[in-house]
Design a protein around this ligand. Structure first.
Ligand SMILES: [Zn+2]
Length: 1034
């Protein structure tokens, strides 16, 4: 929960430089939801094998040879890529031409994916609905929703399917080989031999149906999972804006359509068109298959050959090729309307603008890479020209999320966008854009600024990510889809040296690129968006007309048929299906706990310090945490802002531009985060801490510590103009995207009714924080805020309240420690202050945050027991069981929400939630009826469902973790490796009796401390429908 949507988005502009940023417009499948709900797994995580294989200098021996054929696959190309320690094998199936790309790497988190090039030719969402339908049952697995069922029968670290603007991909990853083979079977059967049943089309796509299926007289409405999903997606302005940007800059062919589906167009889709599309676009000749990791690839080749490909023949797949966009002779302007966002800024400032330019062909990888670097030089950080000219004059809420370089389409794009500005400032924005381009073209850039961008890129190559195989797939998918050279695209070091070479030979290298791609580019779109108070009514009206048109064509017989069909679909959904057909792991497959590298705890100058020696690829990771529980309430409330702005203000010795340059040249950036941590032993107290997180190449570690010291000792809060701008950008940023993580905000809102620590959390991370910030800024002068932040800085960085953690390579450890000691010597000491506060539990209450959106996010939270209590693992298993057996079937499948579930966090708060939910009180009632349902359906709790629920918990416990983060749970929560192992084994030994006991003890009567929360539209009948009093936040 601490990682709500508002924190992740900011990352785009934080020092974490991503090699190839993915901001494609994805319409994620149903299961994506699993992913969102999984973000807050505070529980200890397992390490993985960090394969820093020794460099092999003699001739490399490859597992497969170029030119040879294996199971019908010819091995066409083999290359070793040293910077990632991987070997790339490109195979082609001779009969069908299907390409299989295997990445052999000593990484236990193995990945498999099947990709198709699916180019929409309208906005009915056909590829997206097909993606859903493929996962609804196949020839070998004629089970309802095998995909969802497999979520509970596997220990996958990732399972999903996604529809992009021109592709559909089906990826999964797992560390367990039996699981890997099981999922391979399910996925391959799903895509090549799906049942595509008509009733699944009605359920997943769209259907006309009586509002109440048991009432023949009730009016006819449109229903369907994707239909609702897309209504929810387009309730977010950011989504509307980026979708329109894509559609309008590529107006000539496939990208002008909404691949996910426009809700008003979805009901034009006919079932047969979908079946035909599958035959053509899911043909093996139009497929690309990816595998990654250390599992034996020849087993994959054999499976494909024997079961899926040998009876197929080659077809020419040029029908799915994507043309280049024809260049415009003149720039274009497009204006669109949006929903009024009542969580956003004042209505006069709720406008957005983006200026977008078409760049080069994505398959020109060196050119595309260089344009990406150039884009970063232009927009990123306080030394970039766009930041200086466009952001610092402070007439907007900062860059919007479309900003950046994107290579997700056939032609790449460069976009600069602003959020929260006045209509009068559109013109100013365009003028500044033009002036910035001309000046950059004439004057070029400071070479140190370019160097800092390149340094960060090189550092990011060394920084190891536990989901490397998935990241590689996502970053390669678009290029691969256009038949680009994905293998050479991995040679990032070569591309960097190529660029350095070009720059050193031609001082005007970037300036010439600016002239060509920016100054003399007529393919330029200016998109503006403004709120329209009638937006929602207009949509409702259009939806109504759509239904009326459809109803007009019906006679009585047809209306009767629709009614009957609704009842048949209902019983189809309720029918038991034979899940025994699906593979499942057994207890023996998962019994071994993950292996941990040892943590060493020592006191360095009285500072408790945790050291972990792991292969980190020559990077040292440093974290330090200062307990700040002793701050006043007002100071505490300002901590999120403090963390957000501290590294952007400058210090006594460097102004903010110089400081930023040094940070980027030497480190991976400084990330400050506020943590509210409950005692996981008894949940009777909590503490507040601020954690600093940074990393650097080993040879830059002295500078990393020096910069950290400079920042915490000498930060300056005296530039009130700068702070004013940073605050306004911060408020815009936290106000955007509440709906996309609405379930997290709803759970925070519900938790805030349970105890005072929960209330504080909501004030620090929840909707209450947004309100607080808006009011605070309104009522306090910037100069006063400067003073307050300055006072906070003088109190927070107290050595007596500090702990440290270092993760580094074995050989560098002594140097890291000696630099750390120097750093510690310089820190001030003020004596220990208050380190924890007691938690007070509250009487039950309910609150709603009213939002101008057509869907709801509901939550109920109640207090049970914390992480180290013996019943916690049982409750965690129960939460999984409830999600799979009760909440998803009722709230999602029957009542039409996009997602629903239950979870328990380490503080002992047990939460229920729904996501993009057409209902509110009906859902809360379903939460309340949990006990009744469990009692009435005791047969659901059998050995199989118990085991599946345990696997669900294991997916969270055994998830891979990056070398820089090993030991983080001990650092934050003091959960030791032994605690974790005993938790894990207790969880695996939970019995049906344990579950029954927990159900009686924790759900048998209503909890003393619970809260409910709804994020959603006004509901005048709230109190009537729930028989509760509600606190309404408008
Ligand atoms: Zn979907």
């Amino acid at each position: 929960m601490l990682k709500g949507g508002m924190l992740s988005r900011w990352k785009m502009w934080s020092p974490q430089y991503k090699i190839l940023r993915n901001h494609l417009i994805n319409f994620k499948s149903v299961s994506t939801y699993k992913n969102i709900s999984g973000v807050n797994t505070k529980q200890p995580k397992s390490p993985r094998q960090f394969g820093c294989m020794p460099h092999v200098t003699k001739k490399r021996k490859y597992k497969y040879e170029e030119g040879k054929t294996y199971h019908g696959f010819q091995c066409e190309r083999v290359e070793h890529i040293s910077e990632f320690e991987l070997t790339s094998y490109t195979f082609r199936y001779e009969r069908t031409g299907t390409e299989l790309w295997h990445i052999d790497r000593n990484d236990s988190n193995n990945v498999f994916s099947i990709n198709f090039r699916t180019t929409p030719f309208d906005s009915t969402g056909l590829p997206h609905i097909l993606e859903h339908l493929s996962l609804c049952g196949s020839q070998k697995y004629p089970v309802r929703d095998p995909f969802f069922k497999m979520l509970n029968r596997s220990v996958a670290t990732f399972m999903n399917a996604m529809t992009g603007p021109d592709y559909t991909i089906y990826p999964f990853s797992t560390m367990n080989e039996i699981d890997f083979r099981n999922l391979q079977h399910i996925y391959l059967d799903a895509v090549f031999r799906p049942n595509l049943a008509y009733f699944d089309f009605l359920q997943e796509g769209w259907r006309l149906e009586n509002k109440d299926i048991f009432d023949k007289q009730s009016k006819l409405v449109i229903k369907g999972v994707v239909y609702n999903e897309m209504k929810g997606a387009f309730s977010e302005n950011a989504q509307v804006f980026s979708q329109n940007l894509l559609n309008n800059i590529f107006p000539d062919h496939t990208y002008r359509h909404v691949s996910g589906g426009n809700p008003l167009e979805i009901p034009k889709l006919a079932y047969n068109d979908l079946v035909e599309f599958h035959k053509k676009y899911y043909h093996p000749s139009n497929a690309r298959i990816y595998s990654y990791g250390l599992f034996d690839a020849s087993k994959t080749l054999a499976l494909l050959d024997e079961e899926y490909l040998s009876d197929q023949s080659w077809v020419d797949n040029s029908y799915s090729l994507i043309r280049q966009q024809e260049r415009w002779t003149q720039p274009r302007l497009v204006h669109i309307s949006s929903r009024l966002d009542n969580m956003g800024t004042t209505i006069d400032r709720q406008n957005q603008i983006a200026i977008a330019l078409l760049m080069c062909d994505a398959t020109n990888i060196q050119e595309s890479f260089e344009l990406h670097v150039l884009s970063e030089v232009l927009i990123r950080g306080p030394n970039s020209p766009f930041y200086k000219n466009l952001i610092e004059p402070n007439f907007s809420g900062g860059y919007n999320q479309t900003t950046g370089y994107s290579s997700d389409t056939k032609d790449t794009t460069f976009v600069v966008g602003l959020q929260d500005l006045r209509v009068e400032d559109f013109k100013k924005c365009i003028e500044i854009f033009d002036k910035t381009i001309i000046n950059s073209m004439n004057d070029g850039f400071d070479s140190q600024h370019v160097e800092s961008v390149l340094h960060n890129l090189e550092l990011s190559l060394k920084h190891q990510n536990p989901n490397f195989g998935n990241t590689l797939l996502f970053n390669s998918t678009a290029l691969w889809n256009h038949d680009g050279d994905v293998v050479s695209n991995l040679r990032v070091s070569d591309m960097i040296s190529g660029l350095r070479e070009s720059i050193s030979q031609n001082k005007k290298y970037f300036q010439e690129k600016i002239e060509k791609y920016f100054a003399n580019n007529n393919h330029r779109l200016t998109l503006t968006m403004s709120p329209d108070e009638a937006y929602e009514d207009k949509f409702k009206q259009a939806e109504l007309e759509l239904v009326e048109q459809k109803v007009k064509l019906l006679d009585e017989v047809k209306i009767e048929k629709i009614y009957e069909r609704g009842l048949i679909l209902d019983s189809y959904q309720k029918a038991e299906s034979n899940t025994d057909l699906l593979p499942c792991l057994t207890m023996n497959d998962v019994r071994d706990p993950p292996k941990w590298p040892k943590l060493f705890i020592q006191n360095v100058q009285n500072v408790r310090t945790q050291i972990c020696k792991v292969p980190t690829n020559e990077i040292t990771y440093f974290k330090c945490m200062f307990n700040i529980t002793g701050l006043s309430h007002e100071e505490t409330q300002l901590m999120p802002l403090f963390c957000n702005v501290i590294s952007a203000m400058g210090t006594t010795n460097y102004n903010y531009r110089e400081f930023d340059k040094h940070i980027l040249l030497k480190t991976g950036g400084f990330d400050f985060k506020l943590h509210l941590i409950e005692d996981v032993r008894d949940s009777k107290s909590y503490s507040l801490s601020v954690m600093i997180n940074t990393h650097a190449l080993n040879n830059n570690v002295p500078e990393m510590f020096a910069l950290c010291q400079e920042l915490i000792k000498n930060v300056r809060f005296d530039d009130s103009e700068r702070l004013k701008m940073l605050i306004e950008n911060y408020i815009s940023y936290i106000s955007v995207g509440v709906a996309s993580s609405g379930h997290l905000y709803a759970m925070l809102g519900a938790t805030s009714q349970v105890c005072d620590a929960g209330k504080l959390k909501s004030l620090l991370y929840g909707v209450d924080h947004i309100d607080f910030m808006k009011n605070f800024v309104h009522s306090t002068s910037t100069v006063d805020i400067c003073d307050k932040l300055s006072t906070i800085a003088s109190k927070v960085f107290n050595k007596d309240n500090m702990r440290g953690a270092i993760n580094t390579t074995q050989s560098y450890e002594p140097s890291a420690i000696s630099n750390y000691e120097k750093f510690l010597e310089s820190l001030p000491t003020f004596g220990k202050t208050q380190t924890s506060r007691n938690i007070h539990y509250l009487d039950p209450s309910c609150q709603q945050y009213v939002m101008n959106i057509p869907v709801n996010y509901c939550a109920k939270a109640l207090f049970t027991v914390p992480y180290l209590h013996q019943d916690h693992p049982t409750l965690r298993v129960l939460a999984k069981l409830l999600s799979a057996k009760y909440l998803l079937p009722v709230i999602r499948e029957k009542n039409g929400a996009y997602g629903a579930g239950a979870k328990i966090s380490s503080d002992g708060i047990f939460s229920f939630y729904s996501y993009r939910d057409p209902n509110s009180t009906k859902t809360l009632n379903a939460f309340d009826e949990t006990y009744k349902w469990l009692r009435a359906n005791q047969n659901v709790i059998d050995q199989q469902s118990l085991f599946e629920s345990k696997l669900g918990v294991l997916q969270q416990l055994d998830t891979p973790i990056a070398p820089g983060n090993i030991g983080i749970d001990y650092f934050l929560y003091e959960v030791s490796q032994e605690d974790f192992e005993s938790y894990r084994s207790r969880m695996l030994s939970v019995t049906i009796d344990d579950l029954q006991c927990a159900i009686e003890n924790y759900f048998g009567k209503e909890s003393m401390h619970y809260g409910k929360c709804i994020l959603g539209p006004v509901n005048a009948n709230l109190e009537l429908e729930t028989s509760h009093k509600w606190i309404i936040n408008n």
